[in-house]
Ligand binder design. Structure first.
Ligand code: AMP
Ligand code: ZN
Length: 437
């Protein structure tokens, strides 16, 4: 029987063995981190030494690292190796201020490619697959990250990059692509182009989809699977922790295995920074365990999730995270209610007449804050039947109100009318005027 694990010895390492490995690697990581100007000072000030790391609880005495720390010591403040040893850099997708830059040695790049290969293998990708990578190949980690990971696995990789949907479809047809990686918001768009061309993706050789890099609901996944007629797997990662290959669903699609030989995982309360109770939602905090150029200790990701209980039937021992519900900084407050965009998405994607795209606008109208939602209508339902559209608008209004406790103003727009950015989807625009503006 062919093993379902890329590295069975690591992926099925019993919990105690995994923890022993973590402690050993944490000690090395602290020693390595201390070579950088930032951690050198930071760890000394807190009295942290590598020799002091004896068990997993010792992690708790190490201070957290934030995005501000990375930005404040831009560009080389966290570098732990001579510049000649650095082979590549990537940046995260932040839009303001200094970007967050991450450096990699050859060891780091190899280790990352291996994690991506392991993740893809867990979903069922094999060396016989044709893997079309539809995402930006620049500083964004999804391009080169999946490129090298899928190559490591042995697949034939098409570095298709982002955009030009007709060309993407031609590549899918010409090379009988079997696996696509892209962001979920793009897949629904790609499907509309299939439709426009009178084609059905279910008639292609596609057999697996990898979707990630942006928050999406289970409802969106279900839609995508329905449109393409194949399974779609959730891929989670962030540049600070390499990029893709941090956590990934296995073929059972029941949560994201987070690779605990490469990362120590904590989930903390964003306010108190204390660990949440088992199974509660909190902020994901990650420590790299296998990085030379730029190890990061207890990084506050801002991403919100929880551990799923129990073990997975696939036999992997690495714990599973629930789908990311959003970032703590994604949440907006409107008329006293805390709302995550994903809550609105969940409601919308459950309604078949709703198209694939939406935009949340926070506005001040006549001095009052208003939650407006522009919703694309599904092309099959965009018939000009005013009564039907009005009924749909009222249904969306009621369903969103029940979910977020604020009554939205819903505006229906025609399919394809909303702006489509090349990269990650923009779901919220805050246009509210605050006093003094
Ligand atoms: P970047 O470093 O620019 O690639 O952005 C990483 C961020 O994208 C993460 O911190 C998450 O907020 C988000 N992200 C990545 N993958 C997922 C996913 N599968 N589900 C939800 N959010 C994700
Ligand atoms: Zn599993």
């Amino acid at each position: 029987m062919v093993d379902i694990c890329w590295e069975p010895d690591i992926e099925r390492l019993p919990a105690q063995g995994l923890q022993d490995l973590q402690v050993e690697r944490l000690r090395n990581t602290v020693a390595q981190a201390a070579k950088s100007p930032f951690y050198g000072d930071h760890l000394r000030q807190h009295g942290i030494t590598a020799e002091g790391v004896r068990n997993i609880e010792d992690l708790q005495s190490i201070p957290f690292t934030t995005k501000e720390d990375l930005r404040g010591h831009f560009p080389y403040g966290l570098l732990c190796v001579p510049q000649q040893a650095v082979k590549r850099l990537h940046c995260s997708s932040g839009t303001t201020g200094n970007p967050t830059v991450i450096f990699h040695t050859q060891h780091d790049l190899d280790s990352w490619a291996n994690l991506v290969a392991r993740s893809l293998y867990a979903t069922g990708v094999r060396d016989t697959d044709v893997f079309q990578n539809i995402c930006g190949y620049g500083l964004f980690t999804g391009g080169l990250g999946f490129q090298y990971g899928a190559e490591r696995l042995g697949a034939l990789v098409i570095p298709a990059a982002a955009g030009n949907s007709k060309r993407q479809i031609k590549l899918i047809q010409d090379f009988s692509t079997t696996v696509i990686h892209t962001i979920p918001s793009y897949l629904t768009r790609l499907h509309s182009v299939f439709d426009d061309m009178g084609l059905d993706p279910r008639d292609t050789a596609l057999r697996l989809l990898m979707i990630g890099a942006e928050p999406h609901s289970e409802e969106t996944r279900q839609r995508i699977q329905g449109l393409f007629g194949v399974q779609a797997f959730n891929s989670y990662g962030l540049s600070e922790m390499n990029g893709p290959g941090v956590a990934f669903e296995c073929h059972l699609q029941n949560g994201l295995h987070i690779w605990e030989d490469a990362y120590i995982v904590e989930i903390v309360d964003s306010e108190t920074l204390a660990p949440v109770r088992e199974g509660e939602v909190g902020e994901l905090v990650l420590t790299t365990l296998d990085r030379e150029a730029m190890p990061i200790l207890r990084y506050r990701t801002r991403d919100l999730t929880r551990f799923l209980p129990g073990t997975c039937d696939c036999g992997r021992t690495h714990r599973r995270l629930d789908r990311i519900t959003g970032r703590s900084d994604d949440m907006f407050i409107i008329r006293g209610c805390n709302v995550f965009p994903i809550q609105v998405e969940k409601v919308l994607m459950r309604i078949p007449q709703v198209g694939h795209d939406y935009l949340i606008l926070l506005q001040t109208l006549d001095g009052v804050d208003v939650l407006s939602i522009q919703v694309e209508v599904h092309r099959e339902w965009f018939t000009g039947d005013i009564a039907a559209l009005d009924k749909l608008r009222r249904k969306i209004t009621a369903d969103v109100r029940d979910e977020v406790l604020v009554t939205p103003r819903v505006e229906l727009v025609e399919p394809g009318a909303l702006p489509k950015p090349e990269g990650k989807a923009v779901r919220v625009k805050d246009l509210r005027t605050t006093e003094g503006d």
